[in-house]
Design a protein. Structure first.
Length: 95
């Protein structure tokens, strides 16, 4: 479980490249309101098309499995906070 901050401030992430998770399931919980930032949305990618859910307010939840390609668009203003919970995490460094 981690709390992640996306912002343009030094030492923070402003985006996240597309990837697959190493956990069976991932839960993302928004910790602040969409009005607190611009862009920086979590997105899912299917058939080379981005799908951006339109629910990004404090307490909103997104759950996806390890087979879903996803990323975070670059934030352009403010800060976005999210709680990320990994279920059945697989450590790929240990064979």
């Amino acid at each position: 479980m981690i709390i992640r901050k996306y912002s343009l401030e030094e030492n923070n992430r402003d985006s996240l490249i597309e990837h697959y998770d190493s956990s069976e399931e991932t839960i993302n919980i928004a910790l602040n309101y969409k009005s607190d930032y611009e862009n920086g949305e979590l997105y899912f990618k299917f058939d080379d098309k981005k799908y951006i859910p339109n629910t990004y307010n404090s307490g909103d939840v997104h759950i996806h499995n390890k087979y879903i390609l996803h990323g975070v668009n670059k934030i352009t203003k403010g800060s976005r906070w999210t709680l990320i919970i990994f279920l059945n995490h697989i450590n790929r460094n240990n064979n």
